[in-house]
Design a protein around this ligand. Structure first.
Ligand SMILES: *Cc1c(COP(=O)(O)O)cnc(C)c1O
Length: 428
């Protein structure tokens, strides 16, 4: 569930709210396009997941929000205050998590190609765990830690060779994907790591994909992970943590309904039943942030072609919300102040001169006119996070709502800000 609902509008009709704040009020004050996040939805999703895991009998699970889904520091702080950790994939994300008040002992550092500098930074910061994706990375972390006089707490990221994920670009758990090592390789690396001075292996990790709406592939992967833990322990190696990644889907309206957190937790409890003491870690991104955010845009023009096609030209573009262009993603689109009348098919497009700048085609929407506001629903994950200044459009601002209050948590830059980042060259 989320906290974006129709309520009574000041204009006399219904209008879309984020919690107790009308989206139109924010659009008026901040301008469009603008991302709007609900604190209550963020907190709720985190709490529902954590409580479900605890209720299923998992002791003290670490729920580390995948920062890449929504790296805004105010969003991270909202989750950190609710008890979330952070799953990070770069030094920038470590810094964001720390700036948001996530304690280092709740930060997990994942990622396929961490640089020496990033590893050193993470070790100095004291992150809880570095997830290693290959043997060269194991050797690099060992060397960096030794040089710093530290011992890195590490987990081995395993690729359990299971097909999952809502789209080829977000499937990560097949053997052909670049992520992690095979189960057999993990066993060998774990043993090797436990003899190294610069690292201390504490567990194994997996993350098989994103937008997963079926528990079966997760269960298949988790069974393999359990068996791996048991094999490692049988070899006399200590395994304290099992990181099961993220990947649970979000409800995008046209997609299959993702599993309920309670069912996910119950499946894990079933698969792990009887496994002696282990701490479970999770790295959810999308399921926490996706429907905690919307992108509000204004209709610039309604452009009706003589042969009948109707284009809804918005002031938001693919640089603000890349998912439709990148993943053919579906976002529900709702008028902020719905007008009466028969729904009509619209092609919803942005102003960028590129056919990819099409959010959707032939979408049935209530009648819309120039100046109307629309909200792209379920845009809180991989929305602003993937935004850019393509076409020299200003970076889209972000607003966090709490009840009837809201705060601009990333202001729209000015054109001077944008230009000030660049320099001429001495010969020009
Ligand atoms: C992207 C990613 C996640 C989060 O995935 P979601 O589908 O947003 O839950 C978790 N762990 C790792 C290692 C990732 O790369």
């Amino acid at each position: 569930m989320n906290h974006f609902e129709l309520g009574d509008g000041e204009h006399g009709g219904p209008e879309l709210y984020c919690e107790d704040t009308p989206l139109a009020k924010i659009a008026e004050a901040v301008g469009t396009p603008v991302y709007v996040y609900s604190s209550a939805t963020l907190e709720r999703h985190f709490t529902v997941l954590r409580d479900a895991l605890v209720a299923a009998g998992l002791k003290d699970p670490l729920v580390a929000f995948a920062v890449k889904a929504n790296p805004n520091v105010a969003v991270l702080r909202t989750l950190a205050k609710a008890g979330a950790g952070a799953d990070v994939v770069s030094e920038g994300e470590v810094r964001r998590a720390l700036a948001a008040g996530v304690p280092p002992e709740r930060i997990v550092f994942s990622g396929v190609g961490k640089s020496e500098a990033e590893i050193a930074f993470a070790l100095q910061a004291g992150v809880a765990e570095i997830n290693l994706e290959s043997e060269p990375e194991l050797r690099l972390v060992d060397a960096v830690a030794e040089r710093l006089g530290k011992r890195a707490t590490v987990a081995i990221r395993v690729n359990p060779d299971v097909e999952a994920g809502g789209h080829a670009k977000i499937s990560t758990g097949k053997a052909e994907n670049k992520f992690g090592v095979s189960l057999a390789e993990a066993e060998r690396l774990y043993a090797q790591a436990s003899n190294m001075a610069g690292v201390r292996p504490v567990g194994v990790a997996c993350h098989i994909g994103s937008q997963i709406t079926d528990l079966a592939p997760l269960e298949a992967a988790f069974r393999k992970m359990r068996a791996l833990v048991e094999r490692l322990r049988a070899e006399g190696l200590s395994v304290e943590r099992l990181d099961l990644g993220g990947g649970l889907g979000a409800p995008y309206f046209n997609a299959p309904t993702p599993p309920a957190p309670a069912d996910y937790a119950a499946m894990i409890a079933r698969v792990m039943a009887g496994l002696p003491t282990i701490q479970f870690a999770f790295e959810p991104g999308r399921m926490i942030a996706a429907n905690a955010g919307v992108l509000v845009a204004r209709v610039q023009h309604v452009h009706a072609r003589p042969e009948g096609r109707k284009f809804l030209v918005l002031d938001a573009a693919m640089n603000d919300l890349l998912r439709p262009a990148m993943y053919d993603a579906y976002h529900d689109i709702r008028p902020v102040r719905p007008r009466e009348g028969e729904p009509q098919p619209y092609d919803v497009v942005g102003p960028i001169c590129e056919t990819g700048d099409t959010f959707t085609r032939d979408r049935l929407l209530p009648p819309l006119e120039a100046g109307d506001l629309v909200a792209f629903m379920t845009a809180g994950a991989y929305g602003a996070a993937m935004s850019s200044e393509y076409n020299s459009r200003l970076l889209v601002p972000e607003v966090l709502v709490k009840g009837a209050d809201y705060a601009v948590v990333r202001p729209r830059p000015t054109y001077d800000d944008m230009l000030a980042r660049e320099r001429s060259a001495p010969w020009l």
